[in-house]
Design a protein around this ligand. Structure first.
Ligand SMILES: [Cu+2]
Length: 258
């Protein structure tokens, strides 16, 4: 027996199909200065689709409202001998412009819910773990060493240099030593506050090799502008080599000290 399509289900399927068909074309119709930066994250496309959809809806409403405002300013300008008329307004119009935005908000919430659950509420399997501690004005990074566990003697630490392998999810445990910072990777569509006294977990996965910037997106003090790091996405072999080099260097330094 074919699956029964209830009314709610058909509506959802129709909305998703409409969204899937319309979203890719939304970005290409925008001028370059309204487009988002390059996307190198597996879930970036979903987020961009929602952003562009909201931008189009609010953009069209903004232009229509401003055009009407100008039209009415001109149409009902002062003229000698024309008296103002008092009106109670229109109940029907008020119901329409209350219900239409409410429906738009509910549809957007339904469309965002799935992405939110996927990105924020569950962590991927087989991910690499990195601990990042923000402080005024730097990013302290800690990688799991050969044992695949964090906070053991073979951990590798680095300052402001985040290296990750391409095609493997990374889970970041984010902390702060002093004030609230915000870990921002624009090209990965990642932005998360680092709050003193708590650990926040986020994940992302790179789709291509390259180098981009880590920014702090929270005004965290006088040196906020120079709280900058770099994220380098390596091939898995290059990443393993980099991690081994860092571990060897740390071991040499420890030897020299003792
Ligand atoms: Cu900061």
């Amino acid at each position: 027996m074919p699956p029964v399509l209830t009314r709610g289900r058909s509506l959802r399927v129709a909305l998703l199909a409409l969204g899937a068909a319309a979203l890719p074309s939304l970005a290409s119709a925008l001028p370059f200065w309204l487009r988002l930066p390059e996307n190198v994250s597996t879930y970036g496309g979903q987020i961009d689709g929602l952003f562009y959809l909201i931008l189009w809806i609010t953009g069209i409403i903004f232009v229509a409202v401003e055009a009407l405002l100008l039209f009415f300013l001109f149409r009902y300008r002062h003229r000698e001998g024309r008296a103002a008329k008092y009106t109670h307004g229109s109940n029907r119009l008020e119901v329409i412009w209350t219900i239409v935005p409410a429906i738009i908000c509910v549809v957007l919430a339904m469309m965002s819910r799935r992405s939110w659950a996927e990105i924020k509420q569950s962590m991927p399997q087989g991910a690499m773990n990195v601990e990042i501690v923000a402080e005024q004005f730097a990013w302290n990074l800690r990688y799991e060493g050969r044992d695949g566990k964090l906070n053991t003697p073979d951990d590798v630490v680095s300052l402001n240099q985040l290296h990750i392998p391409v095609g493997r999810p990374v889970i970041v445990s984010l902390k702060s030593k002093d004030v609230i910072h915000s870990f921002f990777l624009p090209e990965f569509r990642v932005k998360q506050d680092a709050v003193p006294g708590m650990t926040t977990r986020i994940w992302f996965e790179a789709t291509r090799v390259g180098s981009w910037e880590i920014a702090c997106a929270e005004l965290c003090g006088l040196g906020h502008y120079r709280m900058k790091g770099f994220v380098t996405v390596d091939s898995p072999e290059d990443f393993d080599r980099w991690l081994a080099e860092q571990a060897a260097e740390a071991a040499k330094e420890a030897d020299q000290r003792s």
